[in-house]
Design a protein around this ligand. Sequence first.
Ligand code: HGY
Ligand code: MN
Ligand code: MN
Ligand code: MN
Length: 394
Amino acid sequence: MTATGLLAAIADVGADRTRGGYSRHGFDRVELELREWFIAEARRRGLDVETDRNGNIWAWWGKPGPDAVITGSHLDSVPGGGAFDGPLGVVSALAAVDVLRAKGFVPRKPLAVVVFVEEEGGRFGVPCLGSRLITGAIDPDRARSLVDPDGISLADAIRAAGADPSTLGPDEEALTRIGCFVELHVEQGRGLTVPVGVASSILAHGRWRFTFTGEGNHAGATLMQDRRDPMVPAASLVLAARKAAVGGARATVGRIMPVPGGTNVIASEVNVWLDARAADDATTKSVVAEIQALARQAAAEEGCGVRVTQESYGDTVVFDEVLRDDLSTVLGGVPALPTGAGHDAGILASRVPTAMLFVRNPTGVSHAPEEYAEPDDCEAGVAALATTLEHLTS
Ligand code: HGY
Ligand code: MN
Ligand code: MN
Ligand code: MN
């Protein structure tokens, strides 16, 4: 089956029709339905499916074993996200297995398609949760205590999904089986002029939560000079992010949550999430330091308090150059390019040889319903992934 056909099947399961895009998050109803869809598709291909201690799904072609070649991606999305970010890597892996099976290829190494949980952090706030848990990049107790906007903890969401949260934690057995990991992903940005490329690096990036505290009061009865309105420094943070992100750095506030959030109420507290990224660790941290200083000054001027929590962080990832160049050569000299988006591949790269294939995105738009890749480019991606997997498991 083609990637396009499988994406259409996923769209029947995963689209959030109320928003036109996709909103499926870790262990929520839609992601669980997509996981069941994937398991059925994998089993239809005779792959042996197992779910690891952190909820990641592994579909094996051949017995699990050392020096395995792993491919796959994620099925969750950001709120109102697109249809390709994550699913394209998963369906292309299934379609690549179809291509290899159709030509009678039999891998001489174990091969698995993996689906990582909660890559976007769209529900519990920490991106790449499944791959961070496997590699020990997040403490399991901290993970269990993460809560979604409705106050549901990850532990409760896992229990509600019929699994056991007490098993969360580093998984050396899973890691030592991996000989290398190759993730195919829709391009996010406009770097490719050919259908397929390979990744060279991932920007350093992190998420910081700013909690501004003031004095809740009546929007009409409170004189302006008597206010301590946390929405004022929150607004300054949005503008400070734009001001500080220079020289290729990127900083975004995509989420603000005032408490209690009434139109005629001066908020008592405002939570603001900052996403900041840059080509290197030092630049990212200096951009965030500048934003923090501006936010603290704005809070003080309004008589408000501010607390800053770093919720996630990852230094620049430079992918294994030998593997990158080997795949680029095998694929006929496709270009290598950096990505501004984070990926499970970026987390696994700290432990195993890792590469990424990108499929051209004509507008570069991602994390929005308009995210797109041409069907021909999707099929070129499948062919490239099949060639890659054949090369690596021969
Ligand atoms: O946020 C990111 O960079 C990725 O899409 N999870
Ligand atoms: Mn994404
Ligand atoms: Mn992704
Ligand atoms: Mn009233």
